[in-house]
Design a protein around this ligand. Sequence first.
Ligand code: PLP
Length: 395
Amino acid sequence: MSPDAPALMDTYARWPVSFVRGEGSWLFTAGGEPYLDLAGGIAVTVLGHAHPAVTNAVAGQAASLVHCSNLYRIPLQEALASRLAGMTGLPRAFFCNSGAEANEAAIKLARRHAWIQGGPARHLIITLSGSFHGRTLGALSATAQPKYQEGFGPLVPGFASVPPGDLEALAAVLREHPGEACAVMLEPVLGEGGVVPLDFHYLKEVERLCRQHGVLLIVDEVQTGMGRTGSFLASQAAGIRPDVVTLAKGLANGVPIGAVLASEEVAAGFVPGSHGSTFGGNPLACAAALATLDVLESEDLAGRALRLGGQLEAGLRRLAEEQTIARAVRGRGLMLALEVGAPASEVVAACLEERLLVTSAGPRTVRLLPALTLLPAEAEEGLERLGRALKGVVA
Ligand SMILES: *Cc1c(COP(=O)(O)O)cnc(C)c1O
């Protein structure tokens, strides 16, 4: 039991700090102490904190209608679906409230699509080792990392995993289970698994194998989407066309929302009654998402993520050259990681002392997921603070 919060379940190892207010890339404690936020609420606050466009949309919507249920038409939900269709080329959307839920829906959709086609049951979904798809039981079964699954068995059957980057392993599973697989599901840059970008050639070949074997390609863009890696979807830059894409984290700048996007053919797997969500796509969440997308598009924040990401990455590479504790740099756009020669938690703690918020992704990986509105001067300030923090950490 957490001694500081005895009424809460002990699910998080929390840092002993809390914030009462945010503005752009800054968070403030009750005492008014500013912290530079390069964690972005784990890739959520793409527009930074308290962005006026989202604040106004949420306040306005809260004053008129927060929720009425999917028993009735929700014009804002229809508008959001059309908007996402225009941005991704995937014409059908289903809305829920989180990344895990979006992946649950994608898993159900893939199995249902296979079932509707008839023939032998094709239920197998192939994911990548080191992946992260969420904490609900289905998404957890897709998440090929034992540390997240420990003690929760039996998991949902019908999942297999292959190492990322290994096309032969994927081809072998598809060959060895003829007529069993219904989908391959992957993150274009593995996030929680340590910020591991998959190269475009690999992604294209995965797509080709999927087509060849008649299985769907599900791309989990919960973390990589919303412009973070330099295009609205990371899969767009790779030149692949997934059958299903899942979104969540940054989609409404912090208001809970998740989305599954699919082609017409795959979406036809769902009919009235086959899936649903009480809160999913309610007017409040959709108003926040539409406001977020307005700013993302009008300010070309994906392009900005690429530029600022370049600046931040170059700075991280300098740190890696100057400081022995810093080993390697990985990432794409504003999804960046510094591999360190000490426990990542020690570096995160040292950063906190410097009033800099970063997060870890695995035991030796420090991860940066700042707002896409980060200013160049803030990126430099962050690098300086990180540099000072690294000096105090011993290998
Ligand atoms: C965070 C994350 C999820 C889970 O999202 P929740 O909103 O925490 O359920 C799923 N997939 C990826 C790639 C993520 O980064």
